[in-house]
Design a protein around this ligand. Structure first.
Ligand SMILES: Nc1ncnc2c1ncn2[C@@H]1O[C@H](COP(=O)(O)OP(=O)(O)OP(=O)(O)O)[C@@H](O)[C@H]1O
Ligand SMILES: [Mg+2]
Length: 387
């Protein structure tokens, strides 16, 4: 059968990461895990699923994969518990161990069929117990891969899962067991950074690295595999790819526009292809701009001040309220019409969250959802005077 979407594989990157994940250097915090950050739609999840996971498995590691974005309505804490349960399900011996732990004899396991629902946060078998049993039974290191890990911070169950993982990590990385490593990815560096800021967190001190974007070798592959009625020159496509922000989909969609153009004049192809890629990139930006321009004055002010403040945003402080007023004035609101107070700001924050422009952690820490939004605001001069 033909692959539906062909994938460009990155075995070298997978090998290098695998090596680093599996070693625990002296005095290194790598035992806490590693954080990989890269912008949206640049191929993080594809790499995790198609390259990193198989490479880790080939090294004799049990991989548990949790994608916290696959189902946006599912609680991140539950998604992690479910991923761990799913990993156990294939191991009869692990189930027997756990059943014995909760006082079910060997015989009763067969007849009662041990229930996976008993494992989880606040259940009689903790995530630590479950991971310990898996480690002991398989004799293998476990690597827990959490895609879009920042979402654990948005709910109480997610935060509880973080603490559970810290306990599990400390236990499994002791000499009694075979080790636990945690690999997290996310599209926003600031949000990921929050996960490792506090000493009581599972990931304190874990390295945060920029996940390498797809490179020129990807473009060579793309031009070779794209199967258009005409050929594309990698030397011309590479700078276009950079312009799109290293997002493969934009090249793919542009190519789709020409799939049935059997009579294109070879000479005009490069220009037409470039125009199409730029049009699609611009179209994406326009959608986001549309959302930004339809904000109410106070919503816009709150978003701009947050974007300008970067990591030091404190929504309700007097100095911040003053900044909102300034932002309103800068966008031409007459000062007498401008009423800025805490309830108003609270409402604006909720509206911005609904519009997916900002993100809120369970403890009331805010961040702009995507770097792209900040880039657009800056490009349109909407941060002028606020930085
Ligand atoms: N190595 C690759 N080869 C071919 N296509 C790729 C590759 N990596 C990513 N893509 C394509 O790019 C798009 C985005 O990929 P992916 O979902 O992996 O990115 P992401 O960074 O996880 O995005 P998000 O921020 O939405 O989570 C997908 O359509 C995918 O098919
Ligand atoms: Mg992804």
């Amino acid at each position: 059968m033909m692959n539906i979407v062909p994938i460009f594989h990155r075995p070298d990157l997978a090998r290098r990461l695998t090596d680093q994940i599996l070693v625990a250097g002296v005095g290194s915090a790598a035992g806490s895990g590693v954080f990989l950050a890269a912008p949206r739609r640049t191929g993080k999840s594809t790499f995790l699923r198609e390259d990193l996971r198989p490479m880790l498995e080939a090294q004799g590691v049990v991989v548990v994969y949790a994608d916290l974005w696959a189902n946006p309505t599912a609680d991140p804490g539950l998604v992690i518990s479910n991923a761990i349960r799913a990993a156990l399900a294939g191991h009869e011996g692990v189930m027997l161990r756990l059943a014995r732990n909760v006082g079910m004899g060997k015989l009763s396991v067969g007849s009662m069929s041990f229930d996976l629902d008993r494992i989880g946060l606040g259940k009689d078998i903790s995530l630590t117990d479950a991971l310990v049993a898996l480690s002991d039974e398989t004799g293998q290191m476990i690597v827990l891969v959490i895609d879009e890990a920042q979402h654990v911070m948005t709910t109480d169950a997610g935060i509880a899962a973080l603490f559970a993982l810290k306990a599990a990590r400390d236990e499994l990385n002791s000499s009694l067991h075979h080790g636990l490593r945690i690999v997290c990815t996310g599209s926003n560096r600031d949000k990921l950074a929050m996960l490792r800021n506090s000493k009581d967190q599972a990931f304190f001190g874990a390295p945060l690295v920029n996940f390498p974007l797809l490179g020129r070798d990807y473009i060579d592959w793309f031009c070779h595999e794209v199967m258009l009625p005409f050929s594309l020159d990698p030397a011309q496509v590479w700078p276009l790819f950079i312009e799109t922000g290293y997002r493969p989909e934009l090249l793919g969609s542009a190519a789709d526009q020409f799939r049935f153009e059997f009579e294109m004049d070879e000479a005009t192809i490069p220009q037409k292809f470039a125009d199409e890629v730029r049009r699609l990139t611009e179209e994406l930006n326009e959608v986001q701009r549309g959302v930004i321009h339809s904000l109410t004055p106070i919503q816009s002010a709150v978003l701009r001040v947050m974007a300008a403040a970067d990591q030091h945003y404190a929504p309700f402080e007097a100095a911040t309220l003053e900044k909102y007023r300034k932002a309103l004035q800068l966008s031409g609101q007459p000062p007498e019409e401008v009423k800025v107070d805490v309830p108003g700001v609270q409402q604006a924050l909720i509206a911005l969250q609904d519009k997916k422009l900002i993100w809120r952690a369970a403890r009331g820490v805010y961040a702009v959802e995507e770097k792209n939004i900040i880039d657009l605001l800056r490009a349109d001069g909407l941060l002028d005077g606020l930085l």
